[in-house]
Design a binder for this molecule. Structure first.
Ligand SMILES: [Zn+2]
Length: 320
């Protein structure tokens, strides 16, 4: 018997519905039910093959849904449910978008990876004159990282973005203006700014970003009135945001030695440190410290990975 995505979704919805009814009959509160729908980790199923995360074309079309689902066999029993990775990615309600109709991504709804001692290096505000040096150090150490970029329309920027992507690093949206008063005027202003950065990334790399980082972090004094609306608007389009749990403090202009000490000490408190650093023209000490930062963390037993849709986000005010 063959199924379509719709059939499979219907099947999963029925299973979830049955579980919710059973649960509610057993006396759980409304909050519990809400938590249930909030995709509690215990109910998520991880994909077997992370490399199977779909890549999307810049026109907003998802790759090859038809060919993937044609051969899938419908399970007779819940316990025989196939690990159909496509079913873990939810397509947004595209018809609800009044603007930027191609700016969306399928949202991952499966379980987050459980990674032992994995560090996530993140570089904000690039690309810059230091991007090439950062890429060289990452390559020499066989480390993949994540870049939350602040792109412009120039060819130099496009070339650097392509270099980042071609080296296998992940690119997320940070901002176009990085001007707090502009981007946090309201959620529409944020989306407009986001879209400008997003388009540059897509045009330069031919890859659609699926993640972003708020300028100044998700909780800051400028976005109090609109942060929830921004999150909601981008969540509807499938985007995920990442804050950080380790700040290298490189933006303070500290020495390279001090940066190494900061990161080694702070990261050691976490199984999955998400480390904030900066890729800007003036942050030479970040470049000077990077090789030792990586080697110190390797000595502590960490491996490195870029953020993926299976990486549980650090989100201020949510789980941090
Ligand atoms: Zn920034």
């Amino acid at each position: 018997m063959k199924i379509t995505n719709k059939n499979l979704q219907g099947f999963i919805i029925k299973i979830i519905g049955a579980l919710v009814i059973a649960w509610s009959l057993s006396g759980c509160s409304a909050d519990d039910v809400e938590g249930f729908f909030d995709l509690t980790p215990s109910l998520r199923t991880p994909p077997n093959d992370i490399s199977a995360v779909p890549i999307y074309s810049s026109d907003g079309g998802a790759a090859d849904d038809e060919s993937k689902t044609e051969e899938t066999v419908i399970p007779e029993e819940a316990e025989n449910a196939p690990t159909d990775e496509a079913a873990l990615y939810k397509t947004p309600d595209i018809s609800s978008f009044t603007n930027y109709s191609n700016m969306w991504v399928k949202k991952y709804t499966g379980e987050y990876e459980k990674n032992e001692k994995t560090a996530y290096l993140t570089f904000d505000d690039g690309p810059s004159e230091n991007t090439e040096a950062i890429l060289k150090i990452l390559k020499d150490n066989n480390v993949k990282a994540t870049f939350f970029v602040l792109p412009d329309n120039g060819e130099t920027c496009a070339r650097r973005l392509r270099a980042v992507a071609e080296e296998g690093h992940v690119i997320g949206v940070h901002s176009y203006t990085h001007n707090y008063l502009t981007v946090y005027a309201d959620e529409n202003a944020f989306i407009d700014d986001f879209a400008r950065a997003y388009d540059i990334i897509v045009n330069a790399t031919n890859k659609k970003p699926w993640l972003y980082r708020f300028p100044g972090g998700s909780v800051n004094q400028y976005n109090r009135g609109c942060r929830d609306k921004i999150k909601e608007a981008l969540d509807k389009r499938g985007f995920e945001y990442y804050d950080w749990n380790v700040d290298s403090d490189d933006w303070r202009g500290l020495s390279a030695e001090k940066l190494c000490e900061n990161v080694a000490a702070d990261a050691s408190r976490f199984n999955n440190p998400v480390i904030l650093m900066h890729d800007t023209d003036t942050r030479d000490n970040t470049v000077a410290a990077l090789d030792k930062i990586i080697k110190d963390l390797k000595d502590q037993g960490y491996k490195f990975a870029p953020l993926t849709q299976q990486t549980e986000p650090i989100q201020y005010g949510v789980n941090w």
